[in-house]
Design a protein around this ligand. Sequence first.
Ligand code: SF4
Ligand code: SF4
Length: 446
Amino acid sequence: MDSLISLSLAEHPKGGILQKVAIGFMALSLLFFILFCTNVVPVSDGLKVMLTFGVGSLAGILYAIPLFREKAGIRNNHIMFDKITARGIPAFALGIFLTGFYVVLYWFPWMMEGMIRAVDPLSNFLRHEPADQWFLYGTMYTVAILVMGIRFIAKYRHSRYQVIRTISVMFFQFGFAWLLPSFLKMLNQPEFYFSYFWPLKYDYLFPGTIQGLINNGGLGVFMVFWGAAMTFIITPILTYKYGKRWYCSWVCGCGGLAETMGDPFRHLSDKSLKAWKIERISIHSVLVFVTVTTILLWVNSAFEGAVLGGASGIFSQVYGFLIGSIFAGVVGTGFYPIFGSRVWCRFGCPMAAILGIIQRFRSRFRITTNGGQCISCGNCSTYCEMGIDVRWYAQRGENIVRASCVGCGVCSSVCPRGVLKLENLDYENRINSEPVMPGNKALDVK
Ligand code: SF4
Ligand code: SF4
């Protein structure tokens, strides 16, 4: 029977032997990582890096090779049945591994001392100082985005938009979030991330951070200026012109990881109205939290601590622990295989909340739909990582103007009928000129 060619339109061959080998290599590299963290096996630093980073990267590349040979585009091949992409036992095992990794990274870094020391040579070369857990993490993060970025490009190479924006997130992660901060360290300058701004990098507008940068002199003053200009001027302008996609899908490292490493899990996002309701409460609560914290710190600083004492500091510590560590790290990435790839971006990121408000009420960006062409296949809704029921709009020929849409464009890339178009044109030039929010009405009715 195996020799017969299936005539099913839904049937596609599975990855074959190469992808099985790749998964085996990936499991092996994770195993090596755990072993080398504990220093149980005495091997040289070079060998440790080769067996973890090297074997893991090789696994990612081997996994991508069949995609280059196949026809470009989405594959619905077993994605709802494979245990790793359909919340099976391997998915939970991976989720537990990732969650455990973040717990150790944030609170028990000494448990990965062996791997931290393994990247000392690289850290000494780039930063002129030994590695810490954040350098190890940044390096792993960057390698993951680069390798899985190649896989993503292989899969969506038919779409120029997907190729260019993936190269963009790879560039910003490698250059702006990894290499540049390392060079700054080497030059004894503050470790500043030019691609992150308040409120995502919540302490960049805290009075203590600003004072520290100003005390550093010329470059520090420029960093303060850069952070403030990006938050208050450039971000609103770019979001007005292009929607939140300019940041969430082209620049941000969190989005970069979600789009590349998280791509196999994007269909797991919850599309229900209930999830949408929770999302709006949760993300705006985080935004209020970080805004209040920042204001309190400034009030405290203005009165030299006379009014609030140490209370404002407690806010910032609680925020850092609950949101910065648990939400953004442990839950946001650890739960990829269970809740999809954009849990943090959708439910927690305060930057996404601000960009979303601008996008919803004051932006030229929207997705227009040519409803007459829609065959209701549901590909768009299935692969929307932000849980937007894109088909609902497409069936009605309505524009999609949703605060949460990160403009990844995957809905458009997987649509077999060319129904969806990401646009920045003036209102008058859109297919439909009136943005509607039918989901809100549905929520109100409930
Ligand atoms: S609606 Fe489309 S562009 Fe927006 S987040 Fe979902 S898949 Fe991406
Ligand atoms: S818009 Fe395209 S992908 Fe979405 S249901 Fe219609 S035909 Fe399918």
